[in-house]
Design a protein around this ligand. Structure first.
Ligand code: KIV
Length: 270
């Protein structure tokens, strides 16, 4: 089926897209300028991911980023976004094990950034938080498979749910999140066959990252697909640009022009 010309993406548009087998595109953004480019290019969902902790702040994990820092990034992205649905990650420590705290964190994000929805990592362990947030009218996206906020439990960033027991739990978590009212689920770094099974077993969109092609959409970290994070090379990344090299060349050219007094020239001064 031909894609409808959506003026503004909502959770309902995404449900319709899954129903009509139209793939959903999702990318991260953490600032106004990149969000504006991505939104105008027509991406369906912009994720203000807690990967900002790695990509923007240079931390090794996503754990250190705070709620206020996420709100700062989210409000910058919201100011740039006209069409895309903006999803914001609830950061580590703001929702696990306490549904009241989870609700307060989600409300703070929605009120202070103007975001459209929030994302939480985990299945059955966090379902009380998911339900409480949803009861307040806040759309929730789930996140299963490799959940980076639990990296110290997993020990490594390798593919999840290769064993039957973990695959079974993942399938039942996906069903639980759907029953609880989540509008979509991100599925990170799991075998493609399992991801396909999850996508077929639930009616809400499954957005994959390192989860193969037989899901309802794809998400990548923008800095990865633009080639700015050139030392991070998992096989699921496709680089559409090599900005690390391009920016390095531009900066070197600028330095040379400054040193030789080629810049600024007569037309570039007052
Ligand atoms: O924080 C993030 O960027 C994410 C994506 C990897 C899905 O959660």
């Amino acid at each position: 089926m031909k894609e409808k010309d959506y003026k503004k993406i909502t959770t309902h548009s995404l449900a319709e897209m899954k129903k009509n087998s139209i793939k959903i595109s999702m990318l991260t953004a953490y600032d106004y300028t990149l969000a504006k480019i991505i939104d105008r290019a027509g991406v369906d969902i912009i994720l203000v991911g807690d990967s900002a902790s790695n990509v923007i702040a240079g931390h090794e994990t996503t754990l250190p980023i705070t709620l206020d820092q996420m709100i700062y990034h989210a409000s910058s992205v919201i100011r740039a976004s006209k069409r895309a649905l903006v999803v914001v990650d609830l950061p580590f420590g703001t929702y696990q094990g306490n549904s009241k705290k989870a609700l307060n964190s989600a409300i703070k994000i929605m009120k202070e950034s103007g975001a459209h929805s929030v994302k939480l990592e985990g299945g059955e362990e966090i379902v009380d938080s998911v339900k409480r947030i949803l009861k307040a009218g806040i759309p929730v996206m789930g996140h299963l498979g490799l959940t980076p906020q639990s990296i110290y439990k997993f020990g490594t960033y390798t593919v999840r749910a290769k064993e039957e027991a973990e695959a079974k739990k993942l399938l039942s978590d996906a069903k639980l999140l759907e029953e609880s009212g989540c509008f979509a689920i991100v599925l990170e770094k799991v075998p493609a066959i399992l991801a396909e099974k999850v996508s077929k077993s639930i009616n809400i969109p499954v957005i994959g990252i390192g989860a193969g092609n037989n899901v309802d959409g794809q998400v990548l970290v923008s800095h990865d697909m633009l080639g700015m994070t050139h030392e991070f090379n998992p096989r699921f990344i496709r680089r559409y640009l090599n900005l690390f090299d391009d920016i390095s060349i531009a900066v070197k050219n600028y330095i040379a022009d400054v040193k030789t007094q080629d810049f600024p020239n007569k037309q570039e001064q007052y």
